[in-house]
Design a protein. Sequence first.
Length: 195
Amino acid sequence: MTRRFALSPFPNMNSTHGLNEIAQYEARWPIGSRERTAFALHLYTGQRRADVARMAWTDVAGNAISVVQAKTGARLTITLHPNLSAALRAWPRKHMVILTTAFNRPFSSAGYGNMMAAAIAAADLPDRCVLHGLRKAAARRLAEAGCTEKEIAAVTGHTTLKEVARYTRAADQKRLAAGAVAKLIEQKADKNSQP
């Protein structure tokens, strides 16, 4: 059984179950576990399974991690989020690669996917939770923080803004709608305050 990882409210991004699923996974896998370190690498870099499985300690320098994406060849330098920094500090450096098997060997991409599928199952998450969803969750969270499509692509390495827009459409809609209603309320308040 191969499970992937959604951990983002897809396809219905207007619900809160994605946030609950993230919290449920984090509650099951504490800081210092391989599963939580892998999760943090996905959620805070927005990278694909193969790229996270290949990340090495030498890719981490100062407050950033460098990635050369296997699929696109894109070269990225991503600033470390404090939560990712904390996860990396708590994870022992046993090998050149950051994430290793129980036998202290690098993962194959498929083996890494299987490890994460087992971690998802152990966290008792629903079947909609798939690994690629963490990439979507990363993009959605950046959109919810007010990042532009170009800023999001600078983190995720997407080559087209159309793909970023597809990942973040619902988050953008929610943010834009809130801004529109706030402007309407502000306009009414201005009219009521004039003599």
